[in-house]
Write a protein that binds this ligand. Structure first.
Ligand code: AMP
Length: 198
């Protein structure tokens, strides 16, 4: 939605890794087992992916989805941005209850090609699981599974939650109630991006 509305480049290491896995590359094969079981891939691999992506697409502003996820990644991102005489403007913290997470994961459908995300309960896709943006197949992710979710939640608590205070201290943090519907959440995110652009 951010890319479509603001024409800002967005990337997500999770999406990159899924594409590499589908293409059968060495990186995709090496990281598949970890991701499939809900673990975090090594900081070195993830930071290199982000650095390469920034070199190709990072000229006019960017959004990372699912990065950084560890303190070390956040510190190394700051280093990469310093070299480009820039810094993190906004760290958006989407707060969702565990109940919301479980419900969304249980019914998430994702486009294998472009990453568009919707829900099995959405009437529009009940008969035809095809992406409305790129005609790619809408599929269930293999890590959207109840037992994998427990590992992902544990990883989040131990490794990602400490980023709250990191971004609170540097003033970039904005907490957003992510339990609301997509349009309400997007309206708040859009408002923050517009404010930041002034
Ligand atoms: P996501 O699509 O953001 O849910 O990520 C899917 C999977 O990719 C995660 O469970 C991790 O295995 C891996 N991954 C994505 N982003 C990161 C990151 N910033 N650090 C480490 N692993 C990541």
């Amino acid at each position: 939605m951010i890319t479509r509305h603001f024409a800002i480049s967005v990337t997500s290491p999770g999406a990159i890794l899924r594409r590499e896995r589908d293409l059968g590359t060495t990186l995709g094969m090496e990281t598949e087992e970890i991701s499939k079981h809900g673990g975090l891939v090594s900081d070195d691999i993830i930071v290199h992916l982000i650095e390469d992506w920034l070199n190709l697409h990072g000229q006019d502003g960017f959004v990372f989805d699912g990065f950084p996820r560890t303190l070390n990644q956040a510190q190394r991102l700051d280093g990469l941005l310093q070299n480009r005489q820039t810094s993190v403007d906004l760290a958006l913290w989407l707060e969702v209850s565990e109940g919301t997470v479980r419900d969304r994961i249980a019914s998430r459908l994702q486009c294998r090609r472009c990453g568009f995300t919707t829900s099995l309960t959405s009437a529009s896709f009940a008969d035809r699981a095809i992406c409305p943006y790129c005609d790619g197949p809408l599929i269930r992710r293999d890590d959207d599974d109840a037992s994998v979710l427990e590992t992902r939640l544990a990883e989040f608590k131990s490794k990602t939650e400490p980023l709250l205070s990191y971004y609170e201290k540097n003033g970039a943090l904005h907490r957003i109630d992510g339990n609301r519907d997509r349009d309400a959440v997007f309206a708040e995110v859009a408002g923050l991006i517009e404010e930041g652009a002034k």
